[in-house]
Design a protein around this ligand. Sequence first.
Ligand code: ADP
Length: 163
Amino acid sequence: MTRAVYPGSFDPFTNGHLDITQRGSALFDELIVAVLVNTDKNAMFSVEERQMMMREAVVHLPNVRVMAFEGLLVDFMRLRQSRVILRGLRALSDFEYEFQLAQMNKQLAPETETFFMVTDAKYSYLSSRGVKEVFNFGGAIQEFVPPGVFRRMRERVLPKRTG
Ligand code: ADP
Protein backbone atom coordinates (compact mmCIF):
# COMPACT_ATOMS: atom_id res chain seq x y z
CA MET A 1 0.00 0.00 0.00
CA THR A 2 1.45 3.36 -0.99
CA ARG A 3 0.44 6.31 1.10
CA ALA A 4 1.45 9.76 -0.11
CA VAL A 5 1.35 13.10 1.67
CA TYR A 6 0.49 16.35 -0.13
CA PRO A 7 1.60 19.11 2.25
CA GLY A 8 0.93 22.84 2.01
CA SER A 9 -0.54 25.93 3.60
CA PHE A 10 -3.77 25.77 1.60
CA ASP A 11 -4.91 29.23 2.77
CA PRO A 12 -7.26 28.83 1.02
CA PHE A 13 -7.54 25.53 -0.90
CA THR A 14 -7.87 26.41 -4.62
CA ASN A 15 -9.00 24.53 -7.70
CA GLY A 16 -5.30 24.05 -8.49
CA HIS A 17 -4.82 22.23 -5.17
CA LEU A 18 -7.98 20.23 -5.81
CA ASP A 19 -6.70 19.17 -9.23
CA ILE A 20 -3.40 17.91 -7.77
CA THR A 21 -5.35 16.13 -5.01
CA GLN A 22 -7.66 14.42 -7.49
CA ARG A 23 -4.86 13.31 -9.77
CA GLY A 24 -2.76 12.20 -6.80
CA SER A 25 -5.62 10.17 -5.37
CA ALA A 26 -5.79 8.24 -8.64
CA LEU A 27 -2.09 7.34 -8.42
CA PHE A 28 -1.68 6.38 -4.77
CA ASP A 29 -3.66 4.02 -2.56
CA GLU A 30 -4.08 6.74 0.03
CA LEU A 31 -3.40 10.44 -0.07
CA ILE A 32 -3.12 12.61 3.03
CA VAL A 33 -3.56 16.30 2.30
CA ALA A 34 -1.69 17.86 5.19
CA VAL A 35 -2.14 21.45 6.32
CA LEU A 36 0.92 22.96 7.90
CA VAL A 37 0.21 24.58 11.25
CA ASN A 38 2.30 27.72 11.11
CA THR A 39 2.15 31.00 12.93
CA ASP A 40 1.40 33.15 9.90
CA LYS A 41 -0.41 36.14 11.31
CA ASN A 42 -1.65 37.09 7.87
CA ALA A 43 -3.47 33.82 7.37
CA MET A 44 -7.03 34.26 6.13
CA PHE A 45 -8.39 31.06 7.66
CA SER A 46 -7.46 29.12 10.77
CA VAL A 47 -6.07 25.62 10.29
CA GLU A 48 -9.40 24.19 11.52
CA GLU A 49 -11.38 26.25 9.01
CA ARG A 50 -9.03 25.23 6.20
CA GLN A 51 -9.40 21.56 7.06
CA MET A 52 -13.17 21.84 7.17
CA MET A 53 -13.33 23.45 3.72
CA MET A 54 -10.86 20.93 2.30
CA ARG A 55 -12.81 17.96 3.66
CA GLU A 56 -15.89 19.32 1.96
CA ALA A 57 -14.01 19.74 -1.34
CA VAL A 58 -12.60 16.19 -1.36
CA VAL A 59 -15.67 14.38 -0.05
CA HIS A 60 -16.00 12.56 -3.40
CA LEU A 61 -12.50 11.08 -3.05
CA PRO A 62 -12.70 8.17 -0.57
CA ASN A 63 -8.95 7.56 -0.37
CA VAL A 64 -8.11 11.17 0.55
CA ARG A 65 -7.73 12.28 4.16
CA VAL A 66 -7.25 15.83 5.37
CA MET A 67 -5.05 16.35 8.41
CA ALA A 68 -2.95 19.04 10.05
CA PHE A 69 0.68 18.75 11.06
CA GLU A 70 3.03 20.82 13.13
CA GLY A 71 6.80 20.90 12.92
CA LEU A 72 8.87 18.96 10.44
CA LEU A 73 7.15 17.32 7.51
CA VAL A 74 9.53 14.35 7.67
CA ASP A 75 8.48 13.66 11.27
CA PHE A 76 4.84 13.66 10.19
CA MET A 77 5.72 11.34 7.28
CA ARG A 78 7.34 8.85 9.64
CA LEU A 79 4.45 9.03 12.07
CA ARG A 80 2.01 8.34 9.24
CA GLN A 81 4.25 5.72 7.67
CA SER A 82 4.48 7.45 4.33
CA ARG A 83 7.56 7.85 2.13
CA VAL A 84 6.07 9.86 -0.72
CA ILE A 85 5.77 13.65 -0.70
CA LEU A 86 3.51 15.01 -3.44
CA ARG A 87 3.98 18.61 -4.58
CA GLY A 88 2.63 20.63 -7.47
CA LEU A 89 4.71 22.62 -9.93
CA ARG A 90 3.39 25.65 -11.75
CA ALA A 91 5.95 27.90 -13.37
CA LEU A 92 9.72 27.76 -13.37
CA SER A 93 9.57 30.15 -10.43
CA ASP A 94 8.22 27.32 -8.22
CA PHE A 95 11.11 25.10 -9.16
CA GLU A 96 13.93 26.63 -7.16
CA TYR A 97 12.03 26.60 -3.89
CA GLU A 98 10.58 23.14 -4.49
CA PHE A 99 13.99 21.77 -5.48
CA GLN A 100 15.57 23.07 -2.27
CA LEU A 101 12.73 21.72 -0.18
CA ALA A 102 12.97 18.29 -1.79
CA GLN A 103 16.75 18.18 -1.26
CA MET A 104 16.37 19.28 2.33
CA ASN A 105 13.75 16.63 3.03
CA LYS A 106 15.97 14.02 1.39
CA GLN A 107 18.83 15.00 3.70
CA LEU A 108 16.58 14.83 6.74
CA ALA A 109 14.85 11.60 5.74
CA PRO A 110 16.63 9.65 2.96
CA GLU A 111 13.75 7.21 2.72
CA THR A 112 11.40 9.89 1.39
CA GLU A 113 10.81 10.62 -2.29
CA THR A 114 9.28 13.84 -3.58
CA PHE A 115 6.93 13.49 -6.55
CA PHE A 116 6.15 16.57 -8.62
CA MET A 117 2.95 16.86 -10.53
CA VAL A 118 2.83 19.52 -13.21
CA THR A 119 -0.16 21.83 -12.98
CA ASP A 120 -3.00 21.55 -15.41
CA ALA A 121 -2.52 24.49 -17.81
CA LYS A 122 -5.86 25.97 -16.80
CA TYR A 123 -4.67 26.37 -13.21
CA SER A 124 -1.09 27.41 -13.87
CA TYR A 125 -1.76 31.02 -12.81
CA LEU A 126 -3.64 30.07 -9.63
CA SER A 127 -2.18 30.64 -6.18
CA SER A 128 -3.75 31.08 -2.73
CA ARG A 129 -2.06 34.43 -2.47
CA GLY A 130 -3.47 35.60 -5.81
CA VAL A 131 -6.96 34.48 -4.85
CA LYS A 132 -6.76 36.44 -1.58
CA GLU A 133 -5.52 39.55 -3.38
CA VAL A 134 -8.28 39.47 -5.98
CA PHE A 135 -10.84 38.82 -3.25
CA ASN A 136 -9.60 41.66 -1.05
CA PHE A 137 -10.02 44.09 -3.94
CA GLY A 138 -13.57 42.90 -4.53
CA GLY A 139 -12.83 40.75 -7.59
CA ALA A 140 -14.70 37.60 -8.56
CA ILE A 141 -13.01 34.46 -7.30
CA GLN A 142 -15.80 31.95 -7.91
CA GLU A 143 -13.89 30.23 -10.70
CA PHE A 144 -10.72 29.85 -8.67
CA VAL A 145 -11.85 27.94 -5.60
CA PRO A 146 -14.20 25.06 -4.71
CA PRO A 147 -17.82 26.17 -3.96
CA GLY A 148 -17.50 25.68 -0.18
CA VAL A 149 -14.39 27.87 -0.04
CA PHE A 150 -16.13 30.55 -2.09
CA ARG A 151 -19.13 30.48 0.24
CA ARG A 152 -17.00 30.85 3.36
CA MET A 153 -14.92 33.66 1.88
CA ARG A 154 -18.10 35.52 1.00
CA GLU A 155 -19.60 34.93 4.45
CA ARG A 156 -16.48 36.39 5.96
CA VAL A 157 -16.93 39.79 4.33
CA LEU A 158 -20.71 40.02 4.40
CA PRO A 159 -20.94 41.26 8.01
CA LYS A 160 -18.39 43.97 7.22
CA ARG A 161 -20.10 45.09 4.03
CA THR A 162 -23.58 45.26 5.48
CA GLY A 163 -22.51 46.64 8.84
P1 ADP B 1 3.20 26.19 0.38
O1 ADP B 1 2.76 27.24 1.35
O2 ADP B 1 3.83 24.99 0.98
O3 ADP B 1 3.90 26.69 -0.84
P2 ADP B 1 0.67 26.05 -1.00
O4 ADP B 1 -0.56 25.85 -0.22
O5 ADP B 1 0.86 27.39 -1.62
O6 ADP B 1 1.83 25.59 -0.10
O7 ADP B 1 0.77 24.93 -2.13
C1 ADP B 1 0.96 23.58 -1.82
C2 ADP B 1 1.52 22.86 -3.02
O8 ADP B 1 0.59 22.95 -4.10
C3 ADP B 1 2.83 23.41 -3.56
O9 ADP B 1 3.61 22.33 -4.03
C4 ADP B 1 2.40 24.30 -4.71
O10 ADP B 1 3.41 24.41 -5.68
C5 ADP B 1 1.22 23.49 -5.24
N1 ADP B 1 0.27 24.33 -5.97
C6 ADP B 1 -0.30 25.49 -5.55
N2 ADP B 1 -1.13 25.99 -6.49
C7 ADP B 1 -1.08 25.12 -7.55
C8 ADP B 1 -1.68 25.09 -8.85
N3 ADP B 1 -2.49 26.06 -9.27
N4 ADP B 1 -1.38 24.03 -9.67
C9 ADP B 1 -0.54 23.08 -9.23
N5 ADP B 1 0.08 23.05 -8.05
C10 ADP B 1 -0.18 24.06 -7.20
